[in-house]
Design a protein around this ligand. Structure first.
Ligand code: SF4
Length: 370
């Protein structure tokens, strides 16, 4: 029976630790301990703690709470669209592998998604398999709306060795699905696809963790109960996520007028923060190789590098990201339009708070380049 979890990857780690052989189990237990350590005590990081790489920023849904669902908005920031080229992806993974060897570290998580529906990129399973073979991350996962999760796609994902598949359920019932996604009105198909994935992973004795989550678009008690009832037998974990305001939350209300009180994990109370932990701990590679500081940068407004021309090391240790970090540490987040009115920062978990460490970190990050 799956547990109802409100945490981020905690449930995945618990599941994975139970399911894995002893050496990997010890590694994941170390990862859990690391997640309990305040981020400030780990800085500066020689390798990002985690990364997103976007297989595709196109989507077959037009969700009302997602920037990718608003074509006019995307046109207004001239966001390009497409799938990631596999050769580019391979070079990125190879570069992370070199960094990992040089630093003796690995990413804790590699998320193969960012702005779009990753299964639109037919090579997603190959991407996951390549990352797993390269050993660049303790965990490799993806997030999908499950509409394209055919039996073939499910089998190929399981074969890839991917550690986690997160399913974004949009609502319960076809009518609300159509209203929110504006393209898809087949709730039962989503359930069928998730059910097949879960049954197949059991049949093949795969360690893959299936997490099903739903955004709390002012769900009623009955709707919450239906979500539990419909999915509790066909996944490892269930989760209720809060809607979030994304970067540039002043440009559009992505929370649909719902009163949101917690971060995306559905647990962390929102509070004002000065310094964002993202530029110190993560990177998000867009489909075309441009590197955003964070996964909520839907407008490409935090781009600090381009992996078509630079290496991951160049970007992580580069001048653009250094200036970005210094702006945050100096209390000048408002100078960066994408960050100035970002709601996501207010839901960052407590152990990632850097505000009270800004002076010490300035001394670390303000060093002249040698
Ligand atoms: S403030 Fe928001 S947009 Fe800026 S780096 Fe942090 S999460 Fe990203």
């Amino acid at each position: 029976m799956p547990e109802i979890s409100d945490g981020g990857i905690g449930s995945l780690l618990r599941h994975a630790v139970r399911a894995l052989p002893p050496p990997l189990r010890r590694r994941l237990q170390a990862l859990r301990r690391q997640r309990a350590t305040p981020l400030a005590d780990l800085l500066p990081l020689s390798l990002p703690e985690s990364m997103h790489i976007d297989p595709s920023n196109a989507c077959n849904f037009r969700c009302a709470f997602c920037p990718t669902g608003d074509d006019e908005l995307l046109r207004s920031v001239q966001r390009p669209a497409g799938h990631m080229d596999f050769d580019l992806y391979r070079r990125i993974i190879d570069q992370i592998a070199v960094m990992a060897r040089q630093t003796g570290r690995t990413l804790s998580i590699l998320h193969l998604y960012k702005d779009g529906e990753p299964l639109l990129n037919k090579r997603l399973p190959e991407m996951a398999a390549y990352a797993k073979r390269a050993g660049v991350a303790d965990l490799v996962g993806t997030t999908t709306n499950a509409s394209l999760l055919t039996e073939d796609a499910a089998g190929r994902l399981i074969d890839s060795g991917i550690d986690q598949v997160r399913i974004s359920v949009i609502h319960v019932g076809s009518e609300r699905y159509k209203e929110l996604t504006r393209t898809w009105a087949d709730y039962e198909k989503v359930r069928t696809n998730v059910g097949f994935l879960y049954a197949e992973k059991k049949r093949r004795k795969s360690h893959m963790h299936v997490l099903t989550k739903i955004n709390d678009t002012a769900l009623t008690d009955e709707e919450r109960e239906r979500f539990r009832a419909d999915f509790s037998g066909i996944c490892d974990d269930l989760r209720f996520d809060s809607l979030m305001g994304w970067s540039l939350s002043d440009v559009k209300d992505f929370t649909l007028g719902v009163e949101v009180a917690t971060g995306m994990d559905g647990a962390t109370a929102l509070r004002e923060r000065r310094v964002c932990p993202e530029p110190f701990s993560r990177l998000a590679v867009n489909f075309d190789g441009q590197v955003s500081v964070c996964c909520v940068d839907w407008s490409f407004g935090t781009v600090v590098g381009d992996l078509r021309r630079e290496s991951v090391t160049d970007v992580w240790n580069g001048e653009r990201l250094r200036r970005f970090r210094l702006a945050h540490l100096r209390g000048r987040r408002g100078d960066i339009p994408a960050c100035a009115n970002c709601q996501y920062i207010t839901g960052e978990q407590a152990h990632r708070t850097l505000d009270q460490h800004a002076e010490r970190l300035l001394a670390l990050y303000d060093l002249p380049k040698s």
